[in-house]
Unconditional design. Sequence first.
Length: 144
Amino acid sequence: MKLKGSASGIKWGVNLSHLDYKLANKLAGKPKEDEEFEKTIKVRLRPDTKSQFANSVLVETVEEKHIGWILKDASDDAMSVLNQLGSALQPMLASSNANGLVFEVSARISGYWEDTSDTDSPTWEADFEQMEIRIATPAEIEID
């Protein structure tokens, strides 16, 4: 299911501490020397059923590659929203996957390109300063 994004709606930060640098580079796009970047990407949200923390919400690419988690201070709110949407939608759906409903949402990323090489030939890596999940309020849902 897709939730429409909005700059003025719900916003949740994302813990990026385990984001793989190759995936970060892919998400950020083409490197531009010493330039900052800001763009909107599509990500998926779902409850992290394997987490040791209650109400943990996993953030993945649409290809199901791990990005991070909704920040702890927003995870209760995020789970509440996802559970409410899931409860409202469940009767309309024939089935959902084993992990429950998965929601596709917009995420705004910002950061900069950093040269990590010690040589004259630069090696550019994306350094994310922030990722923010954005959902319109009221939520607008598109079911695939």
